[in-house]
Unconditional design. Structure first.
Length: 394
């Protein structure tokens, strides 16, 4: 059954279909509609769950960890500064191997104050030990959130489903909604292997003395790396049941591509149109839309990208004083390949600025020139910068 809904509503409906039992979140733009919708489900009796109203995102995630540790399926949602306020507790969730799910409507970080979109918030917590999935459209938000519960509970890791604020969170699209019966077959009841029980009190999480701390972190690393296969398998099973297949990444026109554009999120739709335009003109260019960012699918990307002459990384984030985060990860992935493409990094769309087709053409043209010459004089470039800043005092 198809329904028209925005991305926030898709995330909320997915949590409802997953039969979550505890929801705890704090409202923040552009995520607020997620928890508003879930509170309606609970108040109307459509969802049998405890909706916990708290005073901050820090408390919201803390409450979710406690609830999940007792053996109930939990969910939260946030954006931007709220995600950063949660960051201390995010490390606890992953370190304790708590399988909970969070929706994050990507929004830029202050300062200057911005309520608009880029991916700096989730990129900033990429090392927190959470699986990160990035969605292109509202259908993928709903499907990925349902899959996220299955992934989290099999891998014993928290999962963050990321989607672009406003561009997806507030845009209405037709979404194919699966039946509750089918979701129940795909997503069995939650069973945490070590639930807290007041009748048998225990301490959850060992003290990280030097004799043990490093081994615990190594176990987390191994669990994250192993979850690549979990994400792949769950996506394939979802495809067999619902007809929509999801993998680690989407490849478009890459088989013969000399230049490959790599990106994440909703901007892939615009890039795909430009890539198709180039291919109609005879240029061998392809697109890779990365869906799974953490754990980073290094082996799969290396095999795919090493065949190209040049890689054009377009991303809505940057690491101050360095490069874009995605560019840095891909560079590390390719460093030991026998044949390596030249690589260029294009930063764009920060703070909600439009990413235009002409900017994408500029990035592709520049990358083709680098592919031809084999030289990269300026690897990191910013697209769409204004020549002057207005409204600032000298």
């Amino acid at each position: 059954m198809k329904e028209f809904m925005n991305g926030n509503e898709a995330a909320a409906l997915a949590a409802k279909l997953a039969r979550v039992r505890v929801i705890s979140a704090y409202p923040i733009t552009p995520q607020t509609v997620v928890v508003e919708k879930l509170s309606e489900y609970v108040a109307n009796g459509e969802l049998e769950a405890e909706f916990m109203k708290v005073e901050s995102e820090h408390t919201a995630l803390s409450a979710c960890i406690g609830a999940a540790a007792t053996g109930v399926r939990t969910f939260t949602a946030t954006s931007s500064q709220g995600l950063i306020l949660m960051s201390e507790i995010m490390y606890i969730a992953s370190g304790l191997r708590i399988p909970l799910v969070m929706a994050n409507a990507n929004r830029s970080l202050s300062a200057p104050l911005s309520i608009w979109n880029d991916q700096q918030d989730s990129i900033s917590v990429r090392d927190s030990g959470w699986i990160q999935i990035y969605c292109e459209n509202n259908q993928e938000i709903l499907d990925s959130t349902i899959q996220a519960f299955r992934i989290a509970e099999e891998a014993l890791l928290p999962v963050m489903v990321c989607y672009d604020g406003y561009i997806l969170s507030h845009t209405t699209e037709p979404v194919d909604v699966p039946s509750q019966e089918d979701v129940d077959r795909f997503l069995p009841p939650y069973r945490f292997p070590h639930p807290l029980d007041p009748e048998k009190p225990v301490t959850i999480g060992a003290v990280g003395v030097p004799e043990y701390y490093e081994e615990f972190r190594h176990q987390l690393q191994e669990a994250m790396l192993g979850s690549v296969e979990t994400v792949r398998r769950v996506g394939e099973e979802f495809g067999r049941m619902f007809g929509r297949r999801y993998g680690l990444m989407e490849c478009h026109g890459c088989d013969d591509a000399e230049v490959i554009v790599l990106t994440m999120g909703s901007v892939a739709g615009t890039i795909r149109e430009v890539v198709d335009e180039y291919r109609r003109g005879g240029s061998r260019v392809g697109l890779v839309r990365l869906r799974l960012y953490r754990p980073f699918p290094a082996a799969e990307l290396a095999q795919l990208l090493s065949r190209a002459k040049a890689v054009c990384v377009i991303e809505k984030d940057f690491s101050p004083g360095a490069t874009g985060a995605l560019f840095s990860d891909v560079s590390a992935t390719l460093i030991n390949q026998k044949t390596k493409p030249v690589m260029l990094n294009f930063i764009c769309g920060l703070g909600g600025r439009d990413v235009t087709e002409e900017q994408i053409r500029e990035a592709i043209r520049t990358t083709f020139e680098a592919a031809e010459s084999g030289k990269v004089e300026r690897p990191v470039r910013w697209l769409g910068l204004r020549e002057t800043l207005v409204g600032l005092r000298e």
